[in-house]
Design a protein around this ligand. Structure first.
Ligand SMILES: [Zn+2]
Length: 229
């Protein structure tokens, strides 16, 4: 772990007196925004207090310098690993292109669960993940954050739903195993698909792409992506 600039660290403000517990899988920007509300500050004021050299709160979900990470850990009395765990990004992985800049979808059932747990305004990281078609926590179909009719998608694509779920699991698994090697998005998706093809029960000598009657998971997911507004 890269150590922060100790001289700069001596200038940091004191830790916040009250630190809110993060919600399950909460995004860093969401957690910081809830602190802003708790302390009666605007988002910009809170960001400048916590990470003065940052540009935007959502940007902190994607990238933190070692100094920024250490400063947040100091102010919020958490270790740096806990701060990093609230971010979307793993170094250099092309999945960055699949993570929305703002919330992509929400699950109404889990929103109610979060509210019952005292985290009504919390935004889970998975709600930014554009490849998801089902809720990471409860498994129900998700609803677009921008278009209510998106909720009917499972009915429109009923014949692809189970295959699309398989594609969703492939991508989620690939993100969890995030490789530090950077590559472009098409290459990354092809690699994920090839790994799946190798492990699926497809007749010997046939690839998933050439196997009649099978729908490649990412083809199914591509159909869903293309239909999005
Ligand atoms: Zn849910």
């Amino acid at each position: 772990m890269i150590e922060p600039d100790l001289a700069a660290a001596r200038e940091w403000p004191r830790p916040l007196p009250v630190v809110l517990a993060p919600a399950r899988d909460e995004a860093l920007s969401s957690w910081l925004a809830r602190h802003a509300t708790f302390y009666g500050l605007g988002i910009t004021s809170m960001r400048r207090h916590c990470v003065p050299d940052s540009v935007s709160l959502p940007g902190l979900d994607r990238k933190l310098t070692p100094d920024q990470e250490a400063r947040l850990a100091h102010l919020f009395r958490r270790d740096r690993v806990a701060i990093r765990d609230m971010m979307h990004m793993h170094s250099g992985w092309a999945v960055d292109r699949l993570v929305a800049r703002a919330v992509d979808h929400r699950c109404e059932q889990c929103a109610r669960l979060l509210a019952s747990e005292g985290h009504a305004d919390a935004l889970p990281r998975s709600w930014f993940h554009t490849w998801r078609i089902s809720c990471e926590r409860c498994g129900l179909p998700i609803a677009s954050a921008s278009k209510a009719s998106w909720a009917v998608l499972p009915d429109l694509f009923h014949h692809l739903w189970s295959t699309a779920l398989k594609g969703e699991r492939l991508l989620s698994g690939a993100v969890d195993r995030a490789s530090p090697a950077a590559s472009d998005l098409p290459t990354t998706l092809l690699r994920v698909l090839m790994i799946s093809s190798a492990s699926d029960a497809i007749p010997e000598g046939r690839s998933m792409l050439s196997c009649p009657g099978s729908t490649p998971p990412l083809t199914a997911m591509g159909s869903l992506f293309r239909s999005r507004p």
